[in-house]
Every structure is written in C-alpha cells, then in structure tokens.
Design a binder for this molecule. Sequence first.
Ligand code: KG4
Ligand code: ZN
Length: 345
Amino acid sequence: MIERVLAIETSCDDTSVAIVDRTGWVHSVVAASQDLDHEIYGGIVPEIAARNHSIALIPLIEEAFKKANMNWSDVQGIAVTNRPGLIGALIVGLVTAKSLSQAKHLPFLGVNHLEGHLLAPFLRDDKYAPPEDFGYPYVGLAISGGHTSLYQIKGLGDYRILGATKDDAAGECFDKFAKMAGLGFPGGVRVDQMAKTGNPEAFEFPRSMIHDDTFDMSFSGLKSSGQRMIEQLGPELVQERLPDLCASFQEAIVDVLIAKLDRAAKVFRSKRVILTGGVSANSRLRARAQEWADKKGYTLVIPPLRYCTDNAAMIGYVGALRMARGEVSSLDLGPSPQPLVTDFR
Ligand code: KG4
Ligand code: ZN
C-alpha cells in the first residue's frame, strides 16, 4: 500500500522536491528558486530553467530526505509532474523520476500540475491545516503565470472546468505590466508591493468580460491598455505615479477574478471556495476575496504561500492518492504541454 511518496516538480522555473503522505501531511518540501538567473532576461528562459533543474534536482532530493529524517525505505513511490509545463523542464524531472524508479524498484506516477494546485488546500504541516469544515465539493480558481482557470472540484479526479482566460494568464499580465513599468522580474510581487501606497481608482483600466454570463476571462486588453498608459505618460510620470498605476492595474485584475468567483459560487451553490497558484499570493486579492467570502458566508481557503506557488508537496499529495488507488505510469510516459483538465480522469 502506498502511504508516502517522494515528489518532484520541475514544470517551470522552480525546482522542488517533497516527501508527502497520502493524508496530505508534508514531511519536507525543499526548493531552489531560479529568479536571479532569469531576471536579467526579463522573463523565464526555458533552456536555462531546464539546465538549472538538472543541476539542482539530485541535491534537493538528498536534502528532502535529510530534512524529513527519512531515507528511500520510507517511501513507496515517486510522483512527478509530467504536464503541463515547459517541455525541457518537465523532461528533467521525468527522466530523474524514471531512473530513480528503476534504481530503487519503486513505482512512479506522472501528475498533472494543475491538479496539484487544485488539491493544495488539503496539504498540512505543523503550521497549516485546512479548516475543519473544508472538503469536496468546492469551487477553485487556479491563477498563476501560465493559467487562470475556474473549476468545480467534486472529488479526486472529478473536476469540471467552468471557464478560463481566453488569452493571457493573470500572472503573465502582472509580469508584463511590471516589465513595461520598469519593475523587473518577477513582476507580480513587485506590483503588489508598489500598489500598497497607491490609489486603485487613480487610473481607468478595462475589466473585459466581467459582466458576460460565462466563467471565461480575458486579460490581453488590460495588458495593452497598461502598455498604452505607460507610453502616454512617459518615463518620468510613470515613475512618479507608479503606486497609483500599480494599484489601479491590480484592481482591474482583482475585480474580474472576484466577479467570476462570485458567479461560480452562486451558480454551483458552493459554500466552499479556494484560490491557488502564484497570483493568490497577491495581498489585495487575498484581502478582497476574504471580505467577499465573509459577506457571503462562504468558507474561503487560500493555502499558505509555500503551497500556493509551484511546489512538489501538492504533486506528492495527488500522486500518493492516485498511487494508493493503484495508478502507476509506465516507462514510456512522456512530458506534455497540454493544459487541458479533461485528461484528469
Ligand atoms: O504558480 P506560480 O508560482 O508558477 C506558475 O505555475 O506560473 O505563479 C507564478 C506567477 C507569476 O506570474 C508571478 O508574478 C505571480 O504568480 N505572483 C504574483 C504575486 N506573487 C507571485 N502576482 C501578483 N501578486 C503577487 N504577490
Ligand atoms: Zn503552477
């Protein structure tokens, strides 16, 4: 029986390894950030991400065991993200998982990264546990640099995609705006910081699709509008008005996300709602979502930052549950960029 797995996540620019129980208990989670290596290019360079994963991964696996005070005899399987993500980056994790699976005579399972994000609220450690009344079904908004999608989550492997961005992801929009405004990379957290002293009503930005009766979203219009605004103002005024610009731009994204969440919770009569993915670290979004949930009487769960951003613990949890159900991948499993959620089942 699978009780505990070693998990590997290398889908984007964070190398992460964790040791996780089927109950969601995280014994250890370790990561190597590559932000500094990509910063000079103003965005993630896939080839650099893959190379860094291959350097960081084996030492991180050793560190994860050491931190958990465990060794190979304490895990019964290996979970690894095999989709979606940067192909070269995924290959590093996948090849490592396959090799270790052979060498250590352990089964391995490829896990969908998005499924990891959606079940992250169930993780637990000595500082975090989901609220007592949290469980299936719930509505989940996964918001990161690569995806912005809304789901109904009814149980393990039982997901329904309600809507998604038609173009850019919310995180990408934050990152591009930050780059154009001269804030550098990664942008989301810098816009968040800068916005703290700004006026969210100072500048007018579009909220595309906010009133349409689907769960879909669009952020490319907002991105172009941000670019136009920055060009019109010119470098000096942009510098001067940066807090107001960031607060107003951020508010447009937050308004759309909350509106879609509200609609989904209402239509699906869901009292439980989660936010997950890197953008759920945004302080304004967290505050506005909590305000909204309190007003409506919903239980809102936003996992702590270490489980919201890309991490191997969420991959380990999904992997352990699925492997306990008897699922195993074969050695011919490949990586896939496919962001579809319909392949969860
Ligand atoms: O989930 P994640 O770590 O990686 C992906 O799977 O993409 O998300 C990264 C994204 C980036 O676009 C980053 O700018 C954004 O999350 N992000 C934020 C904040 N912290 C990270 N966006 C807005 N406010 C933040 N505080
Ligand atoms: Zn992610």
